[in-house]
Ligand binder design. Structure first.
Ligand code: PAF
Length: 281
């Protein structure tokens, strides 16, 4: 397994492989790898000759310096895991390698997809994500890139990004990896206390009931009301938002139309740790 931390080394190595006909799958990550990431890598391995994983905690997508500082960084452990599953190349740049001094996030027109949910609560987050993903695609030039549906809004925005930037990368969305008790895999889960970890599967259980309610013909308002009540007075979890939205434009809905695809999205605080999840309805 090759580990490169400069753009030059990574791109010249990969250019060479591409010119020999090998296809490249990229799994962009911020490290602290968990089974969800490993499932993306397995999928990339099935589809491509060469699998590249990038590990970079991207400062421009954090609106909160404290959150950036506290983001788990476990490079040695991550490299061990990647070696074990036969990853071909790991790209581990520094901030200085990816950004010039005081460079800010590029501004994109994501056709309002970034104005909903996570975009409302995390200022400029998606411009930061778009900026780094665009840069990673320039360096790695992958045929495909793999993203988890846990960050469903991010996935839709990255599909829009490649349209805007005309980067020839196929964007592949992969199902959410869940622990046995339903909790969605996340690097942030390792920050949970024992009590918070025990409570956290409540998030998935709640949205799974929301799906059943939709099947039972409850309206979006009834489901919203029920979910909000579940979190009232919860000892460990505080609801930030619960939104039922159309999959295609992520706009909040007030009624269900027969031919439309909907998803329920949720963000919850367990202490200072923010957890998100979503489910197709
Ligand atoms: O999903 C993530 O881990 C990040 O947002 C990504 C796509 C690696 C960009 O920094």
């Amino acid at each position: 397994m090759k580990v490169f931390s400069t753009k030059e080394l990574a791109s010249s190595h990969l250019r060479n492989l591409k010119s020999r006909g090998f296809t490249i799958g990229l799994v962009p990550t911020m490290g602290a790898l968990h089974k969800g990431h490993l499932s993306l890598i397995e999928k990339a391995k099935k589809d491509h000759d060469i699998v590249v994983v990038s590990i970079f905690v991207n400062p421009t997508q954090f609106d909160n310096a404290e959150d950036l500082k506290k983001y788990p960084r476990t490079l040695e452990e991550d490299l061990e895991k990647l070696k074990r599953i036969d990853c071909d190349l790991v790209f581990t740049p520094t901030s200085e390698e990816m950004y010039s001094k005081e460079e800010a996030a590029e501004m994109f027109d994501f056709e309002e997809l970034d104005k909903e949910m996570e975009g409302k609560y995390r200022d400029n987050h998606f411009n930061g994500v778009g900026t780094i993903v665009k840069k990673l695609f320039e360096v790695i030039q992958p045929n495909s890139a793999f993203f988890g549906e846990k960050d469903f809004q991010q996935l839709q925005i990255i599909k829009t990004l490649v349209n805007i930037t005309k980067q020839p990368v196929n964007i592949v969305g992969c199902p959410i990896h869940r622990e046995e008790d339903g909790l969605a895999g996340s690097s942030r889960n390792r920050r949970l206390t024992i009590e918070q970890r025990k409570s956290a599967p409540f998030i998935y259980k709640t949205i799974a009931v929301a799906r059943e309610m939709k099947e039972g013909h409850s309206s979006p308002q009834e489901i919203n009301h029920w979910v909000e009540n579940q979190f009232k007075n919860h000892p460990h979890l505080v609801l930030e938002y619960f939104t039922i939205a159309k999959e295609k434009n992520l706009k909040k809905t007030s009624c269900f139309l027969p031919k439309e695809q909907y998803r329920a999205f949720i963000a919850v605080f367990a202490g200072e740790t923010r957890l998100i999840d979503n489910i197709a309805l």
